[in-house]
Design a protein around this ligand. Structure first.
Ligand code: SAM
Length: 296
């Protein structure tokens, strides 16, 4: 029995489950073992790792991760797929069965990661919720320092965009709070079943420290959201609702050493953090702090 899945075994597994891939759950399964090997290699996974995988599906990538000797915690929303995964691993890599932990859950509903703290994130993310899922697991678990995710190409470009870029937006700025994102390659539609209409992109994530700020992450993200909700507006008007008027917004932006007539798309995350800090100093409460695990 081969250690990885091929197109025929993916189709056979889906048939056994009576599974019709659900578009709403972003179910496009990788059927190409070389793509799996490429993702695992770019993810830098080795046998000392505990890998967090979101959306293991029929197990294509899970098997590639386990083949390195790593342990895998796999979070899958579709209970049929979650239920089948241990049997797939037992069939293809019986020696790895004890290194797999399956969590049948919506990744967005997780309030913690069961089992040993993950050291890496490697995932072919469900495309429709890729950004919220990624931001959620970044906030939820600080133990993983590096990650490799596959997302829709357009989303990969957005995640890795720098300030000033046409595609720089709230996802790029928020991801930069946690670390850096770099494009790590393109993947053609033909390696999936069913075949999607778009190319996919690989993004490598390295954690760094968040920018120094007297504001919380939730407050900084609220400023980011307000700035990009009205992308074409100058910052002083985009932030006026939040600051209690455009004069107050301009004062906070100026006090942060920035130009109130600038637009959000020009600002790195450190500048959003500086504006949030000035707004807080001027009495803005912003959203409450969300729960997260303590720093390791
Ligand atoms: N990793 C597999 C592969 O590469 O073949 C499947 C990837 S497929 C693009 C995305 C997977 O994420 C599907 O199995 C889907 O059921 C699952 N999924 C969708 N939304 C999810 C969520 N909110 N939480 C956890 N898993 C989810």
């Amino acid at each position: 029995m081969a250690a990885l899945l091929d197109p025929r075994s993916v189709r056979a597994a889906a048939e056994r489950l009576g599974l019709r891939p659900a578009k709403a759950l972003g179910q496009n399964f990788v059927v190409d073992a070389n793509t799996v090997r490429r993702i695992v290699a770019l993810g830098g996974v080795d046998d000392g790792d505990t890998v967090l995988e979101i959306g293991p599906g029929l197990g294509s990538l899970t098997l590639g991760l386990l083949a390195t000797g790593a342990s895998v915690t796999a979070v899958e929303i579709d209970r049929r797929l979650a239920g089948q995964l241990p049997a797939t691993v037992a069939e293809h890599q019986p020696q790895a069965a004890g290194r797999l932990r399956v969590v049948a859950s919506d990744a967005l509903a997780l309030t913690g990661i069961p089992g040993p703290a993950p050291t890496r994130l490697v995932a072919n993310l469900p495309y429709n919720v890729a950004v919220p899922v990624l931001l959620h697991v970044l906030a939820l678990s600080r133990s993983w320092r590096a990650g490799l995710v596959m997302v829709q190409l357009e989303v990969a470009e957005r995640l890795a965009a720098a300030p000033g870029s046409r595609v720089y937006g709230a996802p790029s700025a928020k991801l930069a709070w946690y670390g850096t994102a770099r494009r790590a390659g393109t993947v053609p539609p033909g390696v999936f079943w069913p075949v999607p209409r778009v190319d996919s992109g690989l993004v490598r994530i390295s954690r760094g420290g968040p920018p120094a700020s007297g504001a919380t992450r939730e407050q900084v993200f609220a400023v980011v959201d307000a700035a990009f909700a009205q992308r074409r507006k100058m910052l002083r008007s985009a932030l006026s609702g939040l600051a209690g008027g455009s004069a107050a917004a301009a004062a906070a932006i100026g006090a942060a050493g920035l130009d109130p007539t600038a637009r959000g798309e020009q600002l790195p995350i450190g500048d959003f953090a500086a504006i949030a800090e000035r707004l807080v100093a001027a009495g803005w409460a912003g959203p409450a702090r969300a729960g997260e695990e303590p720093a390791p």
